[in-house]
Structure formats: C-alpha cells, structure tokens
Write a protein that binds this ligand. Structure first.
Ligand SMILES: Cc1cc2nc3c(=O)[nH]c(=O)nc-3n(C[C@H](O)[C@H](O)[C@H](O)COP(=O)(O)OP(=O)(O)OC[C@H]3O[C@@H](n4cnc5c(N)ncnc54)[C@H](O)[C@@H]3O)c2cc1C
Length: 408
C-alpha cells in the first residue's frame, strides 16, 4: 500500500475538480486529484457547450482562456422560433453580455494542459474509490490503481465526482436532504458532422414539442429534440428524429438536409439539489451536489462557480487561518444554486409542451414567448438569468424587511 499526503484530496477530474485543483495550486495549496476514467475519455467526453460570461471571466482570471478566446464562438444572442415566426433575442443589446460556445471537453483539455506534467498529483483510472474519516480531522480517499492500493491522506476532501460519484453517498442519509424533480420529458441529442443550422442557437417551441439547434464548432452541430420520458429508444429511429427536427425547427421542404451522426445520446430532464453541500471535512462541488435540466445550460457554469468559491475558502483557511468562508460554503452557494434551478425549471416548462397540452396551454405559451421577444422588462429579466448575471449580483434588499421596519 502506498500513502500520499496532501492538503486537499479532490475526487473527480471533471471541470469542477480540475478547476478547483488549478486554483489551489496557483495560491500555494497542495491537492491530489483522483479520477475514475482515463485522460483520453475525459478529453473526448462531449457534454456542455454554452458558457456564461461569468464563467469565461473566471477562466480568463485563472489564465485558462487563451484557446477559448481564439476558438470559442461569441454569441450576442439567439433565435426563438414559435408559431412559424423567428424572433431574435440579443443578450448583448439587452444587458451587454454575450454567451460563448466552447465545448466542455475543450475546457477539460485546457485545464489538463495547464497542469505541470507528471507531478504525481493526478491519478486516472482509479478503481474502488472510497472516502473515510470525514467527521474527524484526517479524512482520506483510498483507491486502487494498476493493482496497487493507494491512500491519500488530506485535511479536506472536495467531492467533485458528478451525480453518480461516491462523495454524496459518503454523507450519512440523516445529515443530507436530496431534493429531486424528474420532468416528464427526455431529450434525444445528436452530434452531427455538419455546419450549424444557424449562426446562433435556435430554441424552437412547436406544438409537436421542443427542439434546440446548437453547435460545438463551425463544423459540428448539436441538435436536441424533446421526447416523452416514457418513450423507448426503438420509438425513435433516425428517420423519425430528422423528420421531427425539421418540422419543429420550421425548416422548409427544400432545405431539409442531414449530416453524419457522430453520436446519439438520450438526456433525461431532471434536477437535484443536495442540502447542505458540506458535511464534516467533505465539500460537494458541481454535479455531485446538484444537477439541472439542460434547457438553460447551467450545470457547468454553476459547477465552476462552486469550485471557485470553495477554492477561495480553502485558500483562506490554509493561508490566513480563516474558518468562516469554509464553514459558510454551503450557505453561500445554495441561493445561487436554487436561483439557477428556478430559472431552469421555468424555462423547461415554458419550452416543453406537455403531452396533454390543450389549445389554451398553447395560446398561453405563445403569449409568454411573445413577451420575451419584445424588448421590455421581461426580456431584460430573462437575459439576466440566461447569461447568469443575476447570480453574480449581491442579493437585493428585501421589500418585506423594509415594510417590517416601517411598521416598527
Ligand atoms: C447532454 C448534456 C448537455 C449539457 N449542456 C450544458 C451546457 O451547455 N452548459 C452547462 O453549463 N452545462 C451543461 N451540461 C451539464 C454539465 O455537463 C455538467 O454540469 C458538468 O459536467 C459538471 O461538471 P462536474 O465537474 O461537476 O461533474 P462531471 O463533469 O460529471 O465530472 C465528474 C468527474 O468525476 C469522475 N468520477 C465519477 N465517479 C467517480 C468516483 N467514484 N471516483 C473518482 N472519480 C469519479 C467522473 O468520471 C468525472 O470525470 C450538460 C450536460 C449534458 C449531459
């Protein structure tokens, strides 16, 4: 058995774990990262693609955005299609902030490339990862690699191992509440080797269901289609997927071209928030603590925010002996997590017609979408949530407190 000693053991080398470890090292705090998969797998895993301005600023501030600034696509807005009309919502015009298209696997590649090569602080292909001692002062992470048992002893553990990892499951059930919502929809996602459908994202709300035409690069498109959560895979042969995409995206007959399908995924629309996001010396970060339906593209953005807040709390502990930010990590993050959850839920219900939707429901949805497409206060509030600016603002003063004060 081999024993390693570090200040922070990070479980999971997704964007959250790698970013946390990067920030810690930049401020002189040691960490060891333990990852279940191979490096090649992480660098190829296509998931998120839309980055908020705040995320890009975070990456720039950490010296991680050179390639993003060269290759990322800056989007001033997006198209909203409904009832045979095409509207454009420009977040840059509305609130001065664009969004960026840059694949999650590219963020991961940049984070891996920024690490010193072979310094022994990153362990891929870890098997039987187990967490112990989180209620004491000496927590540890044990795993097997190349047949050898390794134990990482640390002062703290950061659980960055996604929704199916071991970190959340290591917290006693009596000390954790996991709030979950399964939406009655799934998405089928196609990664297609063809130029994007339009120069910006297209969100299309059709009586037949929702469709999203997104992209990863100027040569690769990402197309999503709402399906019923009860559908079987066999209900959706390629022929039907393309046909539905064209109809829901309002593509005219003569322009209905396909591209080579590079990957097909099924994405269940669900949400989870674990409260609190810490227990003893274990802190949950990113998807380990919360997942969002992909409609509003919040998962990666909120995960990196968590990692940044935890990094600075840990740096405060190790460099200045501050306990407050670390003790307050969960309380600091949960309002932002719920804010993103609320927007994601609202957008999911707005964009996805239910199977039993009536004409009344369709008319009401059209009224809501029309309000968004008008450059009024609804559009500004929407843009604020869409680009995540609302989460970066300090909480507003409460109107109720002001009234209380007046009564006293
Ligand atoms: C189809 C799809 C589209 C999406 N689109 C967007 C988008 O446009 N914008 C956005 O912001 N978000 C999006 N998301 C969500 C986003 O991908 C996630 O929120 C993001 O990956 C969270 O990062 P993370 O580091 O917290 O977790 P993960 O990326 O899940 O990383 C966790 C890591 O931990 C490792 N691990 C798991 N178990 C163990 C274990 N026991 N021991 C060691 N390691 C372990 C995993 O292999 C993985 O590398 C999308 C998600 C999907 C599925």
């Amino acid at each position: 058995m081999r024993t390693l000693r570090t200040q922070v053991a990070v479980v999971g080398a997704g964007p959250a774990g790698l970013y946390l470890s990067h920030e810690l090292r930049a401020h002189g705090v040691d960490s060891v990262v333990v990852e279940r998969c191979s490096r090649e797998h992480l660098e190829r895993r296509v998931r998120a693609g839309l980055l908020e301005e705040g995320t890009v600023r975070l990456l720039r501030g950490s010296g991680l955005a050179d390639r993003l600034d060269r290759q990322g696509l800056v989007h001033d807005g997006f198209q909203l299609r409904f009832d045979d009309t095409v509207q454009r919502i420009s977040t840059t015009s509305l609130i001065g902030e664009p969004t960026y298209i840059y694949g999650q696997q590219e963020v991961v590649k940049d984070l891996l490339a920024a690490r010193p090569p072979d310094d022994g602080s990153l362990h891929f292909d870890a098997r039987d990862v187990q967490i112990a001692g989180i209620t004491g002062d000496h927590p540890s992470v044990a795993f097997t690699a190349d047949g050898e048992q390794v134990v990482v002893e640390a002062d703290f553990i950061a659980g960055c191992d996604g929704h199916h990892g071991v970190s959340r499951a290591s917290i006693p059930t009596a000390s954790l509440v996991v709030h979950s919502r399964r939406y009655p929809f799934d998405w089928i996602g196609l990664l297609v080797g063809a130029a994007p459908f339009a120069s910006e994202l297209v969100y299309s709300v059709h009586a037949r269901g929702f469709a999203l035409a997104s992209m990863r690069t100027p040569e690769v498109s990402r197309l999503y289609l709402q399906t019923d959560a009860r559908d079987e895979q066999s209900d959706w042969p390629h022929e039907r997927i393309w046909d539905e995409l064209w109809q829901r995206l309002y593509v005219e007959e003569g322009r209905r071209t396909r591209g080579a399908v590079l990957e097909q995924v099924r994405v269940p629309l669900r949400a989870t928030v674990a409260e609190p996001m810490q227990f003893g010396r274990l802190f949950l970060v990113g998807d380990a603590a919360h997942i969002f339906p992909p409609t509003a593209a919040k998962g990666l953005n909120v995960a990196l925010e968590d990692a940044s807040v935890l990094a600075h709390a840990l740096i405060g502990w190790f460099r200045r002996g501050e306990a407050g930010p670390l003790e307050g990590y969960s309380a600091a993050r949960l309002p932002a997590v719920w804010r993103a959850q609320d927007f994601s839920a609202w957008l999911t219900w707005l964009f996805h017609p239910a199977a039993d939707a009536t004409a009344f429901d369709h008319r009401r949805r059209t009224a809501s979408l029309t309000r968004l497409a008008e450059a009024g206060s609804s559009a500004v509030a929407f843009a604020d949530e869409y680009v995540g600016r609302s989460r970066r603002r300090p909480p507003a003063r409460s109107y109720v407190h002001e009234l209380d004060g007046m009564e006293a």
